[in-house]
Design a protein around this ligand. Structure first.
Ligand SMILES: [Zn+2]
Length: 117
């Protein structure tokens, strides 16, 4: 991966990181507001349920993505970005464009998902 490509992916990752961390802080804000003065639509739903849903949603998606994005940004700086953690081969650029924080090539990812089940 050349310098230009690295810059391209770094920009993409940083933009994505900003978006995801905004989502997370917004979700946290909603939780905090919910504890103080509960807006009626949340009150109807039940604060406990709402919080649980948010926490689950965050841990399953946004916060994991944020973590993965940070790892990817670090990898760009280390020069190991775009290398599969499984087979150590290059991850195709098309995959990185779709999922810039991908840690595995499609083959290794599929195998991991299989073994997790
Ligand atoms: Zn691989």
């Amino acid at each position: 991966m050349n310098k230009k490509e690295k810059e391209f992916f770094l920009k993409m990752l940083e933009k994505e990181r900003e978006r995801v961390s905004k989502n997370i802080s917004y979700a946290r804000e909603v939780i905090e507001k919910g504890e103080k003065g509960v807006p009626t639509h949340i009150a109807d739903y039940g604060t406990d349920e709402f919080e649980k849903d948010l926490e689950v949603g965050l841990s399953n998606s946004e916060s994991q993505i944020l973590k993965a994005l940070e790892i990817a940004i670090k990898k760009i700086k280390d020069g190991t970005y775009g290398i599969c953690e499984g087979c150590k081969k290059k991850i195709p650029k098309e995959r990185l464009k779709a999922i810039p924080y991908a840690r595995f090539c499609i083959k290794c990812q599929t195998e991991r998902e299989k073994s997790e089940k």
